[in-house]
Ligand binder design. Structure first.
Ligand SMILES: [Zn+2]
Length: 399
């Protein structure tokens, strides 16, 4: 293990038991059951040219620190300037999860660029120059990063109209890991189109295991029956249901008009219709009890939604999503799930990412999990729970 990883582990793992728990889960394979990686990039497997392509291109989790939604680089000079600006921001934002992730990414994928903490020991320009040389020398590519991370399963997020071209091409490759589509219905919820059955069948034929919705204002009374029918059809095909609740999409009209969706313009909604969610859960569980995972963007809803989820079989509240994916958010989640529900039943970490470097966030989650469980002075139980949330519960969703 390199000095950078050791340093980060020693900072997070506070007790002997935490260390002992982490030793049992650190190397478990990664099942990334919800992300926004592009299957085309995995298929083409083009080596990266520079750190900008790896770090900033397409990763809207990182753009919030740049304060420049719609990050677009058109020339090498802009890539360099933007990456250096990002590193300078990282150095100053000591409590940012982006800083914690960046340290792990540089330590894990770049062997720390030869030092134990590049963010404090190297200048931004040195990081840019050394990382670019490392990327060229090691020929870092999507599949190289996936394999280095011991990833065994990747569920991408796909529009029902997709021809799944790249998923089909990937099925013919000898990858050592599975790449499967997920049936993302935000567009359907809006259009209320009725022709989704054949599309679901097509997705299922091509390996789909997950249904997903993240539409603004979902669920609501107005689309309740349509939503319930859609989810029931997915459940009949054996899909796991994922509900991403509480995002306001494209808050900035001018940026949306200029750059389109997914460019950092999404924010946290204050309103979630708990009554509609309750009705929806009744409707979708009336025939069977599909495995359903609810993700909350607004942690203010943990109490009502965790207790509501537990009123139904196979429904749980998933790991902290997006703006909650940070040390305090993850620790808060462990506490509130333990206090209100059954921590052993929740599926564990996913990246929700558009970046192939984000697999280190599974390690970050595992360290925080080991640290949380290690405090209870029951090592045997802690290890059982840690294995469930690091691998076993996710594996049971995709096997
Ligand atoms: Zn997502």
């Amino acid at each position: 293990m390199n000095a950078g990883i050791s340093k980060i582990e020693s900072e997070i793992l506070k007790t002997k038991n935490a260390r002992a728990v982490y030793d049992c889960i650190e190397s478990l394979p990664i099942i990334d059951y919800h992300c926004h990686l592009d299957p085309k990039e995995i298929y083409e497997n083009k080596p990266y040219n520079d750190l900008w392509e790896l770090w900033l291109k397409g990763d809207h989790y990182k753009w919030r620190l740049l304060g420049a939604q719609g990050v677009q680089a058109v020339s090498f000079a802009e890539k360099e300037a933007q990456t250096i600006a990002f590193i300078e921001k990282l150095r100053l934002n000591l409590g940012s999860p982006l800083r914690a992730w960046a340290r792990l990414e540089l330590a894990f994928f770049f062997d720390g660029l030869g030092v134990s903490d590049p963010l404090t020991e190297l200048s931004p320009l040195q990081i840019w120059t050394k990382a670019n040389a490392f990327i060229k020398e090691k020929k870092l590519s999507p599949r190289a990063l996936i394999n280095a991370s011991n990833v065994k399963y990747i569920a991408t997020t796909d529009d029902p109209s997709s021809d799944l071209r790249y998923h089909k091409l990937l099925q013919d490759e000898n990858l050592g890991f599975t790449v499967a589509p997920s049936f993302r219905v935000d567009g359907l919820i809006k259009s209320k189109a009725a022709d989704y059955g054949a599309k679901m069948d097509f997705f299922k034929e091509n390996g789909c295991r997950f249904f997903d919705v993240g539409a603004q204002g979902f669920p609501n009374e107005e689309s309740l029956v349509y939503s319930a029918n859609l989810i029931t059809a997915a459940a009949e095909r054996g899909f796991v249901i994922q509900l991403h609740l509480g995002a306001i999409r494209n808050a900035n009209d001018a940026l949306f008009a200029k750059y389109g969706a997914d460019l950092g313009c999404d924010t946290v909604d204050t309103a979630l219709d708990i009554s509609a969610l309750n009705k929806l859960l009744n409707l979708i569980t009336v025939k069977n009890n599909p495995k359903t995972i609810i993700y909350l963007l607004n942690p203010a809803y943990y109490y009502p939604v965790i207790t509501l989820a537990d009123a139904f079989k196979n429904v749980s509240v998933g790991v902290p999503w997006w703006f909650n994916d940070h040390k305090r958010g993850i620790e808060q989640y462990f506490e509130v799930i333990s206090e209100l529900s059954d921590i052993t039943k929740v599926p564990g970490m996913l990246t929700d990412s558009r970046s192939f470097l984000s697999y280190t966030r599974h390690h970050y989650f595992r360290m925080l999990l080991a640290n949380y469980l290690g405090q209870f002075e029951d090592l045997d139980s802690a290890i059982i729970v840690a294995k469930k949330l690091s691998y076993e519960n996710m594996f049971s969703l995709v096997r």
